[in-house]
Design a protein around this ligand. Structure first.
Ligand SMILES: NC(=O)c1ccc[n+]([C@@H]2O[C@H](COP(=O)([O-])OP(=O)(O)OC[C@H]3O[C@@H](n4cnc5c(N)ncnc54)[C@H](O)[C@@H]3O)[C@@H](O)[C@H]2O)c1
Length: 264
């Protein structure tokens, strides 16, 4: 778990939705940079990837199960994280769900599910961690996970796009509210990244656009200016940077990490 830079040495990072995909890749990178990591996801038992990380660094990584749509579970998560590794310095606010349907069929249940996790859960997790950072006078850093979908509309993806636009907006408001405390709040806006989520995304596009399995995934990868779909590790550099002192004058920003898909 050593790297030469150790840019997060002594920091405590809490990462939600980190059983696999982007969250796990960032937990690996944070641990390699010297952070102690509280890794959180829904399942009671840690995933194989999280277990491997815990085995490699038992003193630096622990796992908590929490559903971020429940305030009591958010509060318990923050309390348990602090009990294990002390006050939280870095929040990687990553847990989210995806779904899509034609606009006229995008029902209330889908709206509720996506907004419960991607907006309500994201906001109240951030609020609970920020309260703790303020109380402990930690000059903390928050990295929220937005999406290129939050930069635009998509005919089939209305609820998810809107939920990620909300992440960008909450990031800006929280950054302004926390600036007097020296706490920085930024977001990362990934493009198309090959994670477990994309298995579901590909299947849904196949259903509604009459494509073969794998066709959408191949097409979106080819359409990226850099020419390929990102890997979860492609998000890790930006995630470490925003959590580190190198980004000490950066707040309220949403950084596109997408191979050139979005220019803003
Ligand atoms: N993969 C992409 O192409 C892509 C693109 C843009 C944005 N993103 C965003 O990046 C982040 C990570 O995405 P990913 O692709 O690694 O997804 P993923 O599905 O692999 O990981 C998301 C994790 O969140 C967890 N989760 C879901 N609901 C939860 C809840 N209520 N409480 C706690 N955990 C919960 C899931 O169990 C899962 O492990 C998400 O915010 C996603 O919206 C991903």
């Amino acid at each position: 778990m050593n790297s030469s830079s150790q840019r997060l040495l002594g920091r405590h990072a809490l990462l939600t939705g980190a059983a696999g995909g982007i969250g796990l890749a960032v937990a690996e990178a944070y641990a390699a940079e010297g952070a102690r990591c509280t890794v959180v996801d829904l399942s009671q038992a840690p995933s194989a990837g999280v277990r491997a990380l815990m085995e490699a660094a038992p003193e630096a990584v622990h796992y908590l199960a929490a559903d971020i749509t429940e305030q009591t579970q958010i509060d318990a998560m923050v309390q348990a994280a602090q009990a294990r590794f002390g006050p939280i310095d870095v929040l990687f606010n990553n847990a989210a769900v995806f779904d899509l349907a034609p606009l006229l069929d995008s029902d209330e249940a889908m709206y509720q599910r996506l907004f419960d996790v991607n907006v309500k859960g994201m906001f109240f997790t951030m609020q609970a961690v920020l309260r703790q950072m303020v109380a402990h006078e930690r000059r903390g850093r928050v990295v929220n996970l937005a999406s290129q979908a939050g930069r635009r509309g998509e005919a089939l993806v209305s609820h998810y796009c809107a939920s990620k636009a909300a992440v960008i907006s909450y990031t800006q408001s929280a950054a302004l509210a926390m600036a007097p405390h020296g706490i920085r709040v930024n977001a990362i806006s990934p493009g198309v990244i090959d994670t477990p989520m994309w298995g579901q995304v590909d299947a849904l596009f196949a259903r509604y656009e009459g494509l073969q399995p794998g066709e959408k995934k191949a097409a979106v990868g080819k359409a990226v200016p850099l020419g390929y779909m990102g890997a979860p590790q492609d998000i890790a550099g930006a995630a470490v940077f925003l959590a580190s002192d190198e980004a000490s004058y950066i707040t309220a920003q949403t950084l596109n990490v997408d191979g050139g898909n979005v220019m803003s």
